[in-house]
Design a protein around this ligand. Structure first.
Ligand code: DAH
Length: 349
């Protein structure tokens, strides 16, 4: 057999034998069979010495070609072995088109359900939804709402201030006041009034934060919905009519409201609004307090550059959890945040 025939036979043998090489150990042995110290290609290369000088270049090229063929084959084999190893590591193949193994799709969170219902009621009577960030500054959370520097609500004990090094490009500051997590959604009144001239008719649902020890009715993280209506000649009658309508839509057509004098720095006069409904199960036939409200204090208009002689308005704010607890018969606010599916599923639509 000529050397050239030997080389072809070696490459052919390797091609034939490759099929059974299944792991790395077999791969090493297989390689050694051809290229190890006693391997067939190694032996063939030793024949080079006997080749007449003038044939050497041609024979050398043939040997080199045979070697390249073997190396390419080995590389392919290693690739195949790696794929096999990976498949073992990954386990059986996953079919992402299969239906999920737990029992069905998620549900809308009960707080979100109530938030959407409240927003729907107000949208139907011409309110738009306004939003602002959960990170705020002291000016928008307090000063502009007529809560000056010594107001107790600003206390470090009550609010979550952010470190001085913090910076938020999307939260504009008035001066160099501190950032904090908003303690109420009344901030949206200010941001809106500074942005658009009256008439303004908005509701602002959103998350708020206060340092509170959690119990059945308190949570450091909670939600409010704020309302603001500013135009010429907005009066207490408008406030009362709007809230009467709201309460009847949400708590039943026989519901009644009452306003009790109260105090908020950003409204004058200020009220707590209670309602009473015969259609509320265990909570029927008793007055329940659900929101603060009043006529916008002129100092708020001044802080926003609005002519308080020409414009007037009303504002209100309520806790969404409080309303949800009444509507859903939930007696502990903490259930809403525990993500227990046995609880959440009860409100599935
Ligand atoms: N911001 C008040 C709070 O968090 C709620 C509130 C009361 C909002 C009266 C108002 C209002 O707009 O007029 O306790």
């Amino acid at each position: 057999m000529s050397l050239q025939e030997q080389l072809s036979a070696i490459v052919e043998e390797a091609r034939q034998g490759a099929g059974v090489v299944a792991d790395r150990a077999a791969m090493e042995a297989f390689k050694a069979r051809f290229m190890g110290p006693r391997g067939t290609l190694t032996e063939a290369m030793k024949e080079m010495g006997k080749v007449p000088k003038e044939e050497k270049p041609a024979v050398g090229r043939q040997i080199n070609e045979a070697k390249q063929s073997l190396l390419a084959l080995f590389e392919e084999l290693v690739g195949r072995i790696e794929t096999a190893e990976r498949t073992v590591r990954l386990g059986p193949p996953v079919d992402p088109s299969l239906p999920r193994i737990d029992d069905g799709a998620g549900t809308i969170h009960p707080i979100a359900q109530v938030r959407e219902e409240l927003v729907r009621v107000f949208r139907r009577i011409g309110f738009n939804v306004a939003e602002a960030t959960e990170v705020e500054t002291e000016f928008f959370c307090f000063d502009a709402l007529n809560m000056p520097g010594d107001h107790p609500a600003r206390d470090m004990q009550d609010s979550y201030y952010l470190p001085d090094v913090a910076h938020f490009d999307n939260v504009s500051k008035r001066e160099s006041e501190r950032y904090l997590l908003r303690t109420h959604t009344s901030t949206v009144q200010i941001r809106t009034l500074l942005r658009e001239p009256p008439p303004v008719r908005i509701v602002a649902p959103g998350r708020c934060f206060r340092r509170d020890t959690p119990d059945a009715t308190h949570s450091a993280n909670f939600h409010q919905i704020e309302g603001l209506y500013v135009d010429e000649q907005v009066s207490l009658t408008d406030l009362k009519a709007t809230l009467d309508h709201f309460v009847r839509e949400v708590f039943g057509s026989k519901a009644k409201t009452r306003l009790r004098p109260s105090f908020f720095p950003f409204t004058e006069p200020s009220f707590e609004m209670d309602f009473y409904s015969p259609d509320l199960g265990k909570l029927s036939h008793r007055w329940l307090e659900i929101m603060g409200c009043g006529l916008v204090d002129p100092t708020v208009f001044e802080a926003c550059g609005i002519d308080a002689g020409r414009f007037s308005g009303f504002a209100f704010g309520m806790g969404i959890e409080r309303i949800a607890m009444i509507l859903q018969g939930v007696d502990d606010i903490r259930y809403y945040y525990q993500n227990d599916r046995r609880f959440l599923r009860q409100f599935a639509g």
